[in-house]
Structure formats: C-alpha cells, structure tokens
Design a protein around this ligand. Structure first.
Ligand code: F6R
Length: 248
C-alpha cells in the first residue's frame, strides 16, 4: 500500500475530499456516474464536512454520484440516533444535491430470514452501478475494515456478522449503555471491498498507530483484515503524524 502522511486530521481530510471531488468531476466530464463506497465513524467526519463545503462554495455536484455504504448495525431503525443512515444523511447527503435513489446503505430493518437475499441484492446493486470507483475506509483497533472483524474470509461478501466485544466497547460512546450496542451488523465483505478500483483508508491519532503498523508492515493475514489491503493494486493509507508514528 502507499502511505501519505499529513500534519493533522484536518489537512489529511482536505486532501481526501479533494481526491473524491477530482474523481467526481473527471467522471462527470466523461458523462459517467461516480460510484463511491463510504464509511461512517469518527474518522471521515471532516472529509464529509469538506465535501459539503465544496458543494456550497465551489459548486461540486453530487447529481451523478452513486453511493454504497460499507455497513449498518443490525437490527436498527434508520432514524435511530446511532444508525449509519442517520449519520450519512445528517453529515453529508442532506447538505448536497445527491438523488436519494442513488444512496445505498445496508438496511438494519430487514427481517432475519430475508437477510441473505438482501445481502446478495446489495452486491448486485454494486455490480449494476458498474462497481465502486473509490472506497473510503476507516480502521478499527483490531484491524477491522467495514465490520469485517478479524478472521473474516478473504472471499467474504456482504453479510450479517457478529461484532467483536472490542468493537461494541469502542462504539459504545454513542449509546446510553454498552448493553444497547447492537450485537450484529450488516457489512460489505472483504472481497466486496477489494473489488473497488481504488481504496483510501484514513486513520488519525496515536490510538491508531499500533494497528496501522500491523496493517502496513505486518503479514497480510485474515487476522488483521486491513492488512489484506496490501494485496490491492491501488490502495493508499492517508494518516496524520500520530497514526503514522509507529511506522518504521
Ligand atoms: C464504519 C466502519 C468501521 C470504522 C472503524 C473506525 O462504517 O466501517 O470500520 O471505520 O470502526 O471507526 P472510527 O473512525 O470511529 O475510529
């Protein structure tokens, strides 16, 4: 993987937003849709804020953008405070001119016996859109990408997964109590992610330094899902100095 290091989250986020905007504009010029894979969590917040700013001040249009989010808790109502639906609409979609029918976020309300078919359909929708041009990723302390926890198969596709207890604890700050953090999630698989033509993983802060080192310099192993990105031909880790501080 390639590594780009910036002084802080703000500057790194500005760079990533610029990369996304360049791609949207390039594809628009060719009369093509731009298909983005998107992440939630704390890491991409400034990227989305910068994209909203570019829409409002620089005329960046999302009219020809199609999005697929990586994951969603299960079960969860789309209007729940902690849902990734809500996160995406509040932070990005409602502030730009994206067409609601072009937004795809795994549905946390699908009945359990329909989840398999639903996940298969999510994969088909990505293919029908022409595949993901650019996938944005964060990274969990255990190396998860999307909610592909350690041990996730290289060939995994969109599916229901049990969250690691460490992930539930890391995300519990958004819930009143750890018991309220869902135990399950729907996530794109490792192979879904690796099929994206280009991948940008972002990480900020000292607390991500150890896992970034493992992901970039360690063996490529299913035990550290982000290390599987070493096998992708166009993947860049965009880091701040703290997240990069343990790289040799
Ligand atoms: C979110 C996602 C997760 C997060 C990861 C890091 O859609 O897929 O993999 O990217 O848990 O979360 P933050 O950015 O909150 O540290």
């Amino acid at each position: 993987v390639a590594v780009e290091i910036f002084p802080d989250n703000k500057e790194g986020s500005r760079y990533v937003a610029q990369q996304i905007a360049n791609l949207i504009r390039e594809k628009e010029k060719k009369g093509q849709h731009c298909v983005l894979g998107l992440a939630t969590g704390s890491s991409p917040q400034n990227v989305y804020a910068e994209l909203v700013r570019m829409h409002k001040q620089e005329g960046l249009s999302f009219k020809h953008v199609i999005t697929f989010n990586l994951d969603e808790y299960y079960p969860i109502e789309p209007d729940a405070l902690q849902s990734f639906h809500r996160y995406m609409w509040e932070r990005l979609f409602k502030h730009v001119d994206i067409l609601p029918e072009n937004v795809h976020i795994p549905d946390g309300t699908v009945p359990k016996d329909k989840i398999k078919a639903y996940c298969q359909q999510y994969e088909e929708q990505i293919e029908k859109a022409g595949g993901i041009d650019l996938q944005l990723l964060g990274i969990g302390h255990n190396g998860h990408i999307g909610f592909n926890e350690p041990g996730s198969n290289m060939n995994s596709r969109t599916r229901l997964i049990a969250l690691d207890q460490a992930t539930r604890i890391a995300n519990s700050y958004e819930f009143a109590h750890i018991a309220e953090v869902p135990r399950l999630a729907i996530t794109m698989g490792i192979s879904t992610i690796l099929k994206a033509r280009r991948i940008i993983l972002i990480a900020w802060g000292q607390h991500k330094a150890a896992i970034i080192r493992k992901a970039v310099e360690g063996h490529s192993t299913e035990q550290v899902p982000a290390s599987l990105l070493q096998q992708h031909p166009d993947c860049t880790f965009v880091l701040d100095e703290q997240a990069a501080s343990e790289l040799t």
